[in-house]
Design a protein around this ligand. Structure first.
Ligand SMILES: C[S@@+](CC[C@H](N)C(=O)[O-])C[C@H]1O[C@@H](n2cnc3c(N)ncnc32)[C@H](O)[C@@H]1O
Length: 247
């Protein structure tokens, strides 16, 4: 018999954090209703599935999905490993409510915590995995450093962090091949992936992930074996899969 679905949202923000700004999934809070459709069309699900394959989560393991948004990476964890104990963390309450509705519809158990990447909701050395998808480039410089230190604290020795995001070695002048103006809606739609790709490549937020940005960030926190394990040339930009293990 399958256990009943248990879905809960916890608010771990302290009073000062209630007004703390964050960059939402689509850049603007009012675009959230489009997030799932947009990412489905953009093929993000395949990135999630690959990240979870690479993570190699075993039955019963404790996983925190940092910057979980509407929960799609968490659902990829639960699809691959239904017995994993998954917690999604995100400052966006509206995204978490969407994730909760989806979890109930799917009949899976999921804990959702409203909070920031720099305070992972887990005891010291209690997690088997930290996973994060397309979220690191939403976190500012101090937040990124604090996130990796807190991931090291929360993972048990041998626990693994798997980050998938735009980044890795740069690929030249992205904008040049994708003109920003066109001739009508059909033209604009045809060129949308190119426009997004050039915006992603030129984004100061993504710039921090370029080169060995994510690998160096993890190494700086004390992960000894941080490395890019794979990359995908997605139509919106180069996507890197970076992993490291807590020594
Ligand atoms: C592009 S979305 C990715 C959502 C999801 N991981 C996915 O792959 O579909 C980026 C997410 O990062 C979250 N975010 C922004 N700042 C954050 C922070 N400081 N800590 C944790 N998450 C943050 C946003 O609210 C948003 O849900």
């Amino acid at each position: 018999m399958t256990a009943a679905s248990d879905v809960r949202i916890l608010d771990q923000r302290n009073p000062e954090e209630r007004d703390r700004p964050f960059l939402p999934g689509m850049g603007k809070t009012w675009l959230l209703p489009l997030y799932d459709v947009f990412t489905r069309v953009a093929g993000v699900r395949a990135l999630h599935e690959r990240a979870i394959e690479l993570a190699g989560i075993a039955p019963g393991q404790a996983v925190v999905d940092v910057g979980c948004g509407t929960g799609n990476l968490s659902f990829a964890v639960l699809a691959a490993q239904p017995d994993a104990r998954v917690t999604g963390l995100d400052p966006d309450g509206a995204a978490l409510r969407r994730a909760a509705r989806k979890a109930r519809r799917r009949g899976v158990s999921l804990t959702l915590v409203q909070g920031y990447a720099d305070r992972i909701p887990a005891e010291d050395a209690s997690l088997d995995h930290v996973v994060s998808s397309l979220a690191l480039h939403h976190v500012d410089d101090d937040g990124r450093v604090a996130f990796t230190h807190d991931a090291l604290r929360a993972l048990r020795p041998g626990g693994k962090i798997t980050v998938v995001d735009f980044g890795g070695p740069a690929q030249g002048a992205e904008g040049a091949r994708h003109p920003a103006h066109g001739h009508g809606p059909a033209h604009a739609l045809r060129h949308l992936p190119g426009l997004i790709r050039s915006r992603v490549a030129q984004s100061p937020a993504v710039a921090r992930n370029l080169g060995d940005g994510i690998v160096a960030l993890l190494a700086g926190a004390g992960f000894g074996d941080a490395r890019e394990v794979e990359h995908v040339d997605h139509r919106f930009g180069r996507v890197t899969f970076v992993q490291a293990t807590r020594p």
